[in-house]
Write a protein that binds this ligand. Sequence first.
Ligand SMILES: [Zn+2]
Length: 430
Amino acid sequence: MSRTKDSSPSKKEKRARDPKDPNLRCKAYKFRLCPTKKQVGKLEWMLRRCKELYNAALQERRDAYRMCGVSVSYTMQAEQLPAIKKLREEYQDLHSQVLQDVLRRLDKAFQAFFRRVMNGEEPGYPRYKNGDRYHSITYPQGGFELLHGNRLHLSKIGHIKIKLHRAMKGKVKTCTIKREGEQWYAIVTCEYLHDAALTFHPSEKEVGVDLGVKVFAMLSTGEAIENPRHLREEENTIAAAHRTIHRHKKGSHRRHRAKKALARVYRKVRNRRRDFQHKTSRKLVEQYQVIVFEDLSIKNLTATPKPKQDEETGKYLPNGAAAKAGLNKSILDAGWGGFVRLCASKAEEAGGTVVKVAPYFTTQVCSSCGVVVQKDLSVRWHSCPDCGAELDRDHNAARNILHRYHQNKQIGAGSVPQKPVSLRGEEPIL
Ligand SMILES: [Zn+2]
């Protein structure tokens, strides 16, 4: 992998010349690390150095642009690294690729910023990392090695105890050391070739899934997957932990301790949610060959409930828009996207597929006869005046989602989001 600085082709050229195998997959494994106190000190020290470098590089880009209108690139900054190491000797204690990765992260932040500017959005300028808001370092190619099953060797640090609780598949590519509260993790990414021809799914069953707020998921079979009960409890614990922090003076020992406690709560919440999602997606993938979801990226753009007016007074009544737009919703949204991704990756390995269909009218249309039955968010039951179908609102939606997949298959649209081909009755306002 070593290449000389000037004669080597740039990454872009390289990628264009030998395109990646379309069957190449990347998988990340997260392992718990058990560093000694001394090693924790060293890791913390490294994180602080990386943060400093990040901020300095950001400052440089900012100043260069403000004062001379020059935009500084990643390469320009990476070329300065040897000089920096000479000037600030402590940086010799960091692996050079780790430092390059810091600059690459900054570059990514800027790329994302420019992309949003180009798209006419209102992006925030890349921010300085203050306090201890720098949580991970990445060894992008080398400088790390897994030894004897329970040791991770890191360049400039030494052997750290690691719990390799599962076997990895493929070729190890990168290693990221991450701090989460008081715990440390190694995230190892591996590349492997996925051979679709070799994986079969034992079943031919298909299912439509409506992800919701009331229940976590409703299947087109009528089976409901409930939200885990602990979610609500956890929200209360988080709120309480936040209040504790704000009771204590800034910079005080107690506030610091309260912050640590909050981080613990968040970790617990994250772990429980992830656990729930992994188990649920695994169950779905084992049972069904094709799992159909709504395309959430479109759904969030379209679905705003209609304003509801009181007929006598003309005042506006609650229509569920606040609930839809609230914090809970956004948390759930994030959860949904992650859940769909989990299903997709598990399905692929099991020989199944995840399909996304257009979300239009899935709640409004009757899944038995196709007539539009308008209802706002508060109406939880679908009863069709035309064919007399009676079923739960979400169950109706899940059936429509599966229908849409079949429709798309007929017209050969695959999983490309399509507006419904035909609709009987008036067009509902979404
Ligand atoms: Zn009907």
